[in-house]
Design a protein around this ligand. Structure first.
Ligand code: ADP
Ligand code: MG
Length: 340
């Protein structure tokens, strides 16, 4: 690539927009702004996520392809957490000159478009600029829901059951290993190294729960929802705060990521799976509440992803308790925070 104009031209050729114009899109990449048609019966959802090198990822352990995947995945997760269907994306990237000359961007966009094509997301714009030495990525996703079907954090009521998709703790379990020097390998020779790779991928290649988000929104099954990006203890606190309620969580029902046990074993020096599941971030699972009468209407699994009922919403505002062997202790929000 010689200039950013070649670069935009090349991205433009890869986006879905050129292959077949997505429903609802009047103008994609190539003008001063994209144009989307509005439908009176729908509502539009917009979210942005910033990934900063050495803060949100490390170049030495994050292959460019997976960075492209993750940049989109985290924003798809936010739209899914609103019960909406993601439709369009804008991706802005700042890279140092040395990176612009390599295959980094080709690989980055290969990862981005693989995920975008899977969920039929059209890239409709973005920007590119030069940075002094670190990579910065800004990912924006636009979604849609039928009017009144979006699910906020604020709708939980006492008595609602609390659910979570998939498993928890894997992403932070993988992050700890990366910080200790573990790296992804191409070919895994043994069972252990393949479990290790899978655990690292929980951190490096999150799967957004789009199918679950969309179903919960369409069927109006969830009363409140949030994605687990900071950690269960923190994200449940956000949901309870917004809903003006409390929660009791059953420790025994929390779906630990089995890979954590497989890779870490049971040495006392390792982090406990429960601690990673409660306070580790970036699992990008969906945490949601359901009215008791609606629980029977929940699908058992979607796209191979199950859900677990982990507790119940209570009346007392902000009191979140972890119930362990019939003892209750206060669950403090100890998940990730940039500025603490
Ligand atoms: P402007 O100077 O008006 O921002 P640009 O040359 O940056 O114009 O952008 C021209 C078109 O290319 C716009 O449609 C813009 O959204 C798109 N574009 C620029 N950079 C990217 C990118 N990284 N990814 C996708 N589209 C991009
Ligand atoms: Mg521009």
């Amino acid at each position: 690539m010689t200039s950013e104009f070649d670069f935009i031209e090349r991205i433009c050729r890869q986006t879905l927009v050129r292959k077949r114009r997505p429903v609802g899109l009047t103008r994609g990449i190539g003008d001063d702004a994209a144009i989307i048609k509005q439908h009176a019966e729908d509502e539009t959802l917009i979210t942005a996520d910033l990934l900063v090198e050495d803060v949100d990822f490390r170049r030495e352990w994050m292959p460019p392809r997976l960075l492209g995947h993750k940049a989109l995945a985290v924003s798809l997760s936010d739209i899914a957490a609103m019960g909406a269907r993601p439709r369009f994306a804008l991706l802005s990237i700042g890279v140092p000159h040395s990176i612009f000359r390599t295959t980094f961007l080709d690989e980055f966009y290969a990862g981005f478009f693989a995920l975008a094509d899977y969920y039929k997301i059209a890239l409709i714009g973005g920007d590119v600029s030069r940075t002094p030495d670190r990579i910065v990525v800004d990912s924006i996703v636009i979604g849609e829901a039928k009017r009144g079907h979006s699910i906020t954090r604020a709708g939980a009521r006492p008595g609602d059951k609390i659910f979570v998709t998939g498993t928890l703790g894997g992403a932070s379990g993988g992050l700890r290993l990366l910080m200790k020097g573990a790296r992804l390998t191409k070919k895994s020779a043994s069972q252990r190294s393949s479990s290790l790779n899978d655990l690292l991928l929980r951190q490096l290649r999150p799967e957004p729960r789009v199918a679950w988000g969309v179903q919960l929104g369409i069927k109006k099954l969830a009363s409140a929802m949030i994605d687990v990006s900071d950690g269960l203890s923190s994200d449940l606190a956000h949901l309870c705060e917004e809903s003006g309620v409390g929660a009791d969580v059953q420790a025994a029902r929390i779906p630990f990521d089995p890979l954590v046990m497989q890779v870490y074993g049971q040495s006392a020096a390792s982090p406990s799976p429960i601690d990673l599941a409660l306070n580790g971030g970036e699992d990008y699972e969906l945490l949601f509440t359901v009215r008791p009468r609606d629980v029977v209407r929940l699908p058992k699994r979607l796209n191979g992803v199950q859900i677990a009922q982990i507790g119940v919403i209570t009346k007392q505002r902000r009191r979140i308790r972890l119930m362990e062997n019939s003892r209750a202790r206060e669950l403090k929000p100890c998940g990730f925070a940039h500025f603490r």
